[in-house]
Design a protein around this ligand. Sequence first.
Ligand SMILES: CC(C)(COP(=O)(O)OP(=O)(O)OC[C@H]1O[C@@H](n2cnc3c(N)ncnc32)[C@H](O)[C@@H]1OP(=O)(O)O)[C@@H](O)C(=O)NCCC(=O)NCCS
Length: 189
Amino acid sequence: MTVVPILRPWRPADASVLLAASADPELARQLGGRTFDDESAAAAFIAITYRFDGHARNWAIVDDGDGDGDGDGVVVGNVGVTAIEHTHSTAWTSYWLTPETRGRGLATRALVAAADDAFALGVHRLELGHRTNNPASCAVATRAGFRAEGVERDKLRYGDDRFDVETHARLATDPAPDVTGLRSVVSDA
Ligand SMILES: CC(C)(COP(=O)(O)OP(=O)(O)OC[C@H]1O[C@@H](n2cnc3c(N)ncnc32)[C@H](O)[C@@H]1OP(=O)(O)O)[C@@H](O)C(=O)NCCC(=O)NCCS
């Protein structure tokens, strides 16, 4: 069967996937250092943090098995456009994939789609940051058209260790990357 990945807003029923993902320490960091006790805790996180409104558009990356676009397939990651600020038209983006779905270029295509959506809504400057020891994230950002702008020293602390972070940004007026974004579907099927 052909697997057709799409983006759609997170649903309460995705809590089991999030619960499983948070058991991976690397992904727990993407969730703000959280692990969830149970599915209801993960569902509360989806409702509060993985929201989809005028200030944050968090997209579940879904392997939509039958390609019908209803988003009922398996959630394999997140790409979020958050901290949407309307005075300066800026926002922040971040992304993660479950370990078994990496290496297919999915994060790059998801980021391109989320950026296109944000620019269409009026965001002018979309920023992201990755630890300087995270080359996969740097490659995703660069391929999705996010130019590196500089390194912020010791910006993040995980446990006892601090990490430098490289900031990237893409402007609505920057050239579009030569990457086809995933299809995004907003209506809840
Ligand atoms: C970042 C992440 C989404 C990328 O997933 P992905 O789309 O599957 O990325 P890939 O595995 O295809 O790797 C992307 C690129 O980085 C390269 N790469 C991956 N790991 C690497 C490593 N350890 N060293 C050097 N390059 C590496 C790959 O070769 C690939 O480049 P290429 O296509 O030119 O060969 C995924 O690794 C992830 O979810 N990580 C945990 C969460 C995270 O770090 N999110 C970003 C926070 S800023």
